[in-house]
Design a protein around this ligand. Structure first.
Ligand code: ZN
Length: 288
């Protein structure tokens, strides 16, 4: 599943492409991927103009003029492909091999814009979805997620207060909880714990003040660096211009089981264990 850096990368590229465009049609082939009866969804979305594309947690939020929002969740295998009338096709999300001509058999939702360009929502497993919500419902959705690590309100005090909701849980489990901290998944929780020299299975209440402070500094640092590298392709995620994410060579622990620790001076080897049914990577030597 794409995490904050991958979703943010797609969001930025989509915003530059579809902002200020008007949706003239939507084709929906899989009814369960939208939240309204198909005819109602189409009627309500048609003629709407796009104000801006935002992100909240791992959701892509398309703000439409007239107090409506389209929420996209790519889930495990969702992919967004933007095809302009003239110019380069861009795609983001899961990589589907041999994409070929679009629409293909995985193109379940297709938006057409007034300039003839199209946005395809392709999904092999059909777990992804698009929901049309009004501003009241959007506010509820917004508020169901925790702190955004890249926003100014991600202060040390707030971060610590979120952790202290579950003092007896493992730190990885807590920072994965979307209601506490938004946008982190399996890759960037492991990377953040490595950055902070903390083992992912440490119980929250055993963390020292200095360790929490370091983790608080590490989370945005790790995410910002990943955005700079346009995310990771570790789970076959590709950028909107079709190239794979550039973050993989820079991952310190995720996907590096059995390899030498990258921390300078550390002689450790990266271990992988299951933690709450999640593959979890860490260095036994430099992470305490
Ligand atoms: Zn190490």
């Amino acid at each position: 599943m794409p995490e904050l850096p991958e979703v943010e990368t797609i969001r930025r590229e989509l915003n530059s492409k579809i902002k200020n465009k008007t949706i003239i049609n939507v084709e929906i082939k899989v009814a369960k991927m939208v939240n309204l009866p198909i005819s109602e969804f189409v009627r309500k979305v048609r003629s709407k103009k796009i104000k801006h594309v935002y992100r909240r947690a791992k959701l892509i939020v398309v703000d439409l003029y007239g107090h409506n929002f389209l929420l996209f969740h790519l889930k495990m295998t969702g992919q967004l492909v933007y095809v302009p009338k003239i110019g380069k096709t861009i795609s983001g999300g899961h990589s589907i091999k041999n994409l070929g001509h679009l629409p293909n058999k995985f193109s379940h939702i297709i938006f057409t814009f007034s300039d003839g360009s199209k946005l395809f929502f392709n999904d092999v497993r059909k777990f992804g979805w698009v929901r049309l919500v009004d501003d009241k419902l959007y506010l509820l959705v917004r508020n169901s997620f925790g702190l955004e690590p890249l926003k100014n309100d991600f202060t040390y005090e707030r971060f610590k207060a979120q952790l202290m909701h579950y003092p007896n849980r493992k730190i990885k489990q807590v920072i994965l909880d979307q209601a506490l901290i938004a946008g982190l998944g399996n890759i960037y929780t492991d990377e953040s714990c490595f950055c902070a020299n903390i083992k992912p299975m440490r119980i929250v209440k055993t963390l020292k003040e200095e360790e929490i402070k370091k983790l608080h500094r590490c989370i945005p640092k790790v995410l910002e660096f990943a955005i700079l590298k346009k995310g990771t392709s570790a789970n076959n995620y590709v950028r909107t211009d079709g190239t794979v994410g550039g973050m993989v060579p820079f991952l310190k622990v995720y996907g590096r089981k059995g390899q030498k620790c990258k921390r300078q001076g550390c002689k450790g080897v990266i271990r992988k264990i299951q933690l709450n049914a999640r593959g979890t990577h860490f260095c036994d030597v430099c992470q305490k």
